[in-house]
Each structure stands twice: as C-alpha cells, then as structure tokens.
Design a protein around this ligand. Structure first.
Ligand code: BGC
Length: 728
C-alpha cells in the first residue's frame, strides 16, 4: 500500500542528492534547447541497487527519457529516442531477478552516423551510464564493473566527437572509475545515483534547471582504483585486513596522497555560486559554535553546504589532517540573498581512541577548525588550545564487564518500560518458551504482513496465547519489500541521501516512509544500512551512506528519528564492519582497535546516542575472529556497557555464530545469547519452538544460563512493548 504523500519529498531528495562534478560552457541546465539522449538507462533506468535493500515493488515510474520529454523547456530528439526504444525492445536486459547484478557489457552499440545526424538536429546531448551492484555482488575491477565498458566508452567517444556540449549522468550506487572525464574532455558530469521511484523525474528537474544541484560527494573520488588503500587485499577470501587503520577515505587522501584525488570528499557544484563568510564564533565549555553568512552570488536559486573539519594536535596520537566535525545545509537561497547559519560541535565528540589505554582521550594542544565547501576548499576559521589532556573513559576491566552483564538483567533494569511487569512475565515462561522467543521466523511468515522478512515475538501457539503479539520486520532502507507483490514506494538509495547533506530533509523523508510502513502494518524497518564505504568496490555501498562516520551516523540518526514519528522502529545495520560482500557469511574483518572505535563503530555510536535506536542488526562477518552475531565485545561491552543501549539486537538472516577458535555454525545460538545478541533471524515458519540449535543442550550442560536467556527475552519483550503491534 502506497502513501501518496511520500512522492514529493522522495523526488526532492533524489534531486538534492545528485552531485554535479563538472559543468563547463554552461552545458547544464538545458533551457529551451534541443537535446539528444543516449544510452540504454534513459529507459532501463536503475531505480535501486540489487538485493534486499532495493527489492521494492513500485508502481510504474517515469524513466528519465519520459521525464525529459514531459519538460516544456526540453525538446528531446525524437529519432534517437525512437531508436533506443526499438533497440531495447530487441535487446532487453535479461536479469530481472532483483538479487542479481551483471558485469557484461550491457550498453547498446549505435552507429556513428546516428550520432552525427543527431548532432546536426540538436544543441546538446545527454549520455546516461548505468551500473547495478548490490547484496552479494561487489564491483569488479574490470570493464563493465568499476571501469566503463567498451560500449560505454565508445558511446562517450562518439558523442564527444560530434557535440561540444554534452553531459554524462551516472545512474549507479557506487563510485566508478572517472578517468574518462578528462580523457574525452567531457564538459559536464553528474552522479544521479539510484534515485528510487521518483528518480527519473528528479533527473529532469536537474537537467531542466528547475532544481539547481546541491549534492556533495560522501566519498572521495581517487585518480585510480589502486590509490584507495583498501584495494590491496580487498578480494582476499578469508579475511580483510584493514591495514590503513583510521586512514580511510579522505583521512588518507588529505593526509598522505592529496595528488591522488580527482574530486575531493564533500565536493559538488551548483548552477549558481555562493560566498561563505565566517562572521564569528563562541566557545562555551566543550561546545564550539561558528556563525556563517552564506550569500547566493549567482543567477538562480540554490542550496549550499558549509562543512567544518578539524585538525587535532599530534600530542599523544597521530591524526588525519582533516576530520569532518559538523556541517549544515542552507535552505533554498534566491540570487542576491543570504542566509545566516550557525554550526556547532562538542569537542568531546572529536575524542580519539588510545589503544594503549583502551580509552577515549582529548589531547592537549592546538586544535584548528576549517570551514568550506568541501574538504579541500575548507580554510582555517578558528584555532583553540586544550591545556590539559582529558581521558573521557576508563578501560573497563573484564570483571567489571562481567558484573555489568549479569546486573543488566538480574539487578539493574533499564527503567523506561514497565520493567517489573515484563520481568514478572518472563519469570513465568518455561525454558522452552524462552528458547522459542529468541527466534524470529520467515521469510513470508503468515502471522504478519505478507511477503515480509520476519515475524517475531508471539510466533508459537504458547507465546501467542500468553498475549505476546507477533511483530513484523520488513526490508529495507529504501522502502518496504513485500515479496507478495504488494506495491510500495522506493525512495532514493542511501548514498544519494547522504549526498544531500541535509539532515532535516532525511528526517522528513523517513517520517513519510514511516507513515507508509505503519499503513502496511509493519513494526520495524530493516534499515538504515550504515556500514562505511571503506572501498568503492563494496556491493552494498548504494545502501550505505559514506566513507565518513560522522556523516553516516548523523544520516542514520535522522532516518531513525523520522521513522519513530509514526512509531516505526528503524533497525540500524549491519553492526559491524560489513564492508565487502564477497564471502560475506565467513570473512573476518581484521581491524586495529583504534580504527574499530574511531571509524567503524563510531557511526553506530553516533546513531545510538543521538536518536531513539531500539533495534540493531548485527552483520554476517567476523570482527577480529568472532562473528558479529556472537561477539560479546561488540554487543555487550561496547553497545550496552559503553553506549548505554537497552534495546534488542538481532542477527542478520541465517547468520553464523562461533566462539573463539571454534567452527562457525548457524546452530550455535548459545554463543549468540551469551553475547547478548538477543534474537536469531530467521528459522523456517512454524519452527521457532522446535528448532534444533544448541540452546536446550547448552542450558543442560551449563554453557548457557536461564538468566542469560531471560536477559535477551527482556530485551526483546521490552522492545515489542513499544511497537505498534501492541495495539493488536
Ligand atoms: C541482508 C539484510 C536483510 C535481510 C532480510 C539479509 O540477506 O543482509 O540486510 O535485512 O537479509 O532480508
């Protein structure tokens, strides 16, 4: 079921996330001109990446070609459009399975003569290049993968031969090789990403100039794939070693390899221009505030982003030259007008993780704050001294953690929910009922909305009789996946949303999404996905936001807040360090402690601490030797003890668990419960009460206690108590 009110904001987000990288000779926008549109994706538009993050059954959506044709100021060349319609009929893309990607050369070959003739009839050309990656499919360093294919390059060459003014639009979810931009002197280039169901219309809004682009890159675009430190070893089967440590993305490039950047982090152009001036600052204890005046100095309305970066003193630890500390997007500013904005951050949030002390510290010394339009452009606006080092956290000795773990259930309940009631209720459940409760069932459980990913809670006769409702969880970050065929809205993919750099917009968009989720009687949406773009090759980058933890964390927090406006719980995922799809059930992410805390967990920490996160999905991979689904350090020590999270943790679907040194298995659920990963997703429908995993055996042999099971039952039930299904 579709909520009508979501389309408008979805279209706005799709347009505002597009990143204009180059625009020479006023190639864009196209106003009262004739244009020929090339490339199959003008018709075969890719609304999303593949897999669970994009498998939404949408209504018929306008393609870019149809949307351009509907624009009064754009005269689309009919012959080229008809030629592509015909060619596509003859050579359709055959992969209609939403879970597949294809690295074959799918672009169509066209004759030189056709381009030449079109150039004689039209003023400008547009070429749309498409690439679909996704769950289970990393990009490959080959033509048709990370590199443009033979036919794609041929098409760009043909168009560049006959047109002075043409724009290439990239309809994809990952950064691709961009060396062809300079090689073929392409005058205009824009990433339009996977814009969801409204993406075709949004691309017409941008091309026609109705909307000036205001997206900014959420990743660095390097000169070459080998320049990303993550490339070396990316495809190693068993383990991925994060040897670059904290120097991921722009942290690496700005510090160590500034000449290897084609387009810096935070970069993006508009059709207008802005002047940003810093008008003052204020330091109040730990809060640093800066004031700016942003003036539109160009000829059309637009939005600007002001980005703040800091450089920390290398007193105890080494640091990247720039780290994103805060940002703000303006509203729409008319030509000649300006907007005053203030941007603040807490110095505590910029603390560094000292591995030796296992503690967060604020180092003494000089801090420099830079402000600007992107990481390269940012200029110094403020510096201040921290006189004395501050240690923000103490290392928690294993004994303290142990007692916390026990306390968490037996003595010291979180107070938010009717805890005594739930506690008494749990005490009455039998061991078998407790064991059943820590499983979800699916996919396509008949107890909840048809075609969704899981039902959990009251999914056996006994649990249901006791009054526990069956709660419904559904994919995913870009809209509701209902394999029943039921229609829903597909919103722009995560990377497109991150590139808006517009927190209020994302919150509003997910509030609309939440309305639709509620309409479909679903309690939890399995998103946002918030792993970092460690490499441009990761297949799920389209679902995730950025290479930067602060941008990622604030985006995810906005999504969770938005969903909660309609009582929908956003399940942030995949906790943690799922930065590659190859061998995703079994690969070990080997990450130095500092990088784990400062980079890969930081985004989750921001979301947990700044939004009402009530549920988290762990990832398939191992983190330093233990599967994320059975990793007490992640889901007890850090998530609950350090960050204070009191909701429920679920595994990813059919995840494996292990204990140190032991084999991984889908049956080791005692290890899962002991780590305080509360619920296994998923067992086949109807099997939660009889599933033959190691829970009952472990209760008998003492490897699992009833108290640990009760603790997870509490986490699950206290979360269910806050869901819409309680109304049943
Ligand atoms: C994906 C999750 C998804 C789940 C349910 C898994 O394969 O990794 O992101 O939410 O399936 O569809």
């Amino acid at each position: 079921m579709i909520s009508d009110s979501i389309a408008k904001i979805s279209r706005e987000a799709a347009a505002d996330g597009a990143v204009l990288l180059k625009n020479e000779n006023n190639t864009l926008p196209i106003i009262n001109e004739r244009v020929a549109v090339f490339g199959r994706y003008q018709i075969d538009y890719l609304k999303s990446g593949s897999g669970s993050g994009g498998s939404v059954n949408t209504e018929n959506c306008m393609t870019p070609l149809e949307a351009f044709e509907a624009e009064p100021g754009i005269e689309v060349d009919r012959e080229i459009a008809a030629m592509y319609r015909e060619l596509i009929k003859k050579r359709p893309i055959r992969i209609h399975n939403a879970f597949l990607s294809d690295f074959k050369d799918l672009e169509l070959e066209i004759e030189n003569a056709a381009v030449k003739a079109a150039a004689a009839r039209t003023d400008k050309a547009i070429v749309i290049i498409g690439r679909r990656l996704g769950e289970g499919f990393d990009n490959v360093p080959k033509p048709g993968g990370y590199y443009l294919s033979k036919n794609e390059l041929r098409l760009i060459r043909q168009v560049s031969r006959y047109y002075k003014k043409f724009a290439v639009l990239l309809n994809c979810g990952n950064i691709l090789d961009m060396s062809w931009v300079n090689k073929y002197k392409v005058p205009a280039v824009m990433y339009i990403w996977h814009g969801g169901g409204e993406g075709g219309k949004a691309s017409a809004d941008l091309i026609s100039g109705k909307v000036a682009p205001s997206g900014r890159l959420s990743d660095t675009i390097a000169v070459s794939l080998k320049d990303y430190p993550s490339t070396d070893g990316f495809f190693k089967k068993k383990s991925v070693v994060y040897k670059e440590g904290i120097y991921t993305g722009y942290r690496h490039f700005e510090t160590n390899a500034s000449d290897k950047v084609l387009y810096p982090f935070g970069y993006g152009l508009s059709y207008t221009s802005f002047d940003i001036s810093c008008t003052g600052y204020n330091i109040n204890k730990n809060i640093i505030s800066l004031y700016f005046n942003v003036r539109n100095t160009g000829n059309c309305s637009g939005k600007e982003v002001v980005e703040l970066y800091i450089n920390k003193p290398d007193t105890a630890l080494d640091h990247p030259l720039r780290e994103l500390a805060a940002f703000r997007k303006t509203r729409l500013i008319n030509p000649g007008e300006s907007e005053s904005i203030d941007i603040s951050f807490n110095i505590k949030d910029t603390a560094s993780y000292d591995e030796e002390r296992s503690a967060w510290i604020i180092e003494s010394g000089k801090y420099i704050v830079y402000a600007g339009k992107n990481v390269r452009d940012a200029k110094e606006v403020l510096s201040f001294e921290v006189q004395k080092e501050k240690q923000l956290s103490k290392k928690l000795p294993p004994a303290a953690l142990q007692s916390f773990t026990n306390k968490h259930y037996n003595e010291d309940f979180p107070t938010a929910v009717k805890n005594d009631h739930i506690k008494e209720f749990i005490a009455e459940l039998t061991d078998n009922e407790l064991c059943a409760l820590v499983h979800g069932e699916g996919m396509n459980s008949r107890r909840v909305t048809s075609g969704t990913a899981a039902a959990f809670g009251g999914i056996t006769r006994r649990l249901s009789k006791k009054g526990i409702p069956a709660a419904c969880a559904s994919d995913g970050p870009s809209g509701i996946r209902m394999d029943s065929g039921e229609k829903a809205s597909l919103i722009p993919c995560g990377v497109c949303l991150a590139c808006t750099w517009d927190i209020p917009l994302i919150e509003q968009l997910y509030a609309e999404e939440g309305k639709e989720v509620a309409l479909n009687k679903i309690d939890m949406l399995l998103g946002p996905g918030m792993n970092l773009h460690r490499s441009p090759l990761c297949g799920r980058n389209f679902e995730y936001f950025s290479e930067d933890p602060y941008l990622t964390g604030t985006m995810a927090a906005a999504a969770v807040r938005g969903l909660m406006e309609h009582g929908i719980v956003g399940v942030i995922k995949h906790f943690a360090a799922n930065n590659r799809e190859k061998n995703r059930f079994d690969a070990d992410s080997v990450i130095p402690e500092r990088a784990l805390h400062e980079i890969y967990l930081k985004s989750f920490e921001i979301a947990v601490k700044s939004s009402p996160v009530k549920a988290i999905m762990t990832s398939y991979n191992l983190v330093n030797g233990l599967h994320a689904a059975s990793n007490p350090k992640l889901t007890t020590d850090i998530l609950r003890a350090e960050w204070g999270f009191s909701g429920m943790v679920m595994t990813d679907w059919w995840a494996k668990c292990n204990s140190r040194g032991a084999r991984s298995s889908r049956m080791k659920l005692a290890e899962m419960i002991n780590a305080q990963n509360d619920i296994y997703m998923v067992v086949p429908n109807g099997m939660a009460g009889v599933w033959q995993d190691n829970l009952k055996k472990s209760l008998k042999n003492g490897k699992l206690t009833r108290a640990a099971l009760e603790r997870s039952a509490y986490n699950i039930l206290s979360t269910i108590a806050q869901l819409r299904c309680m109304d049943k």
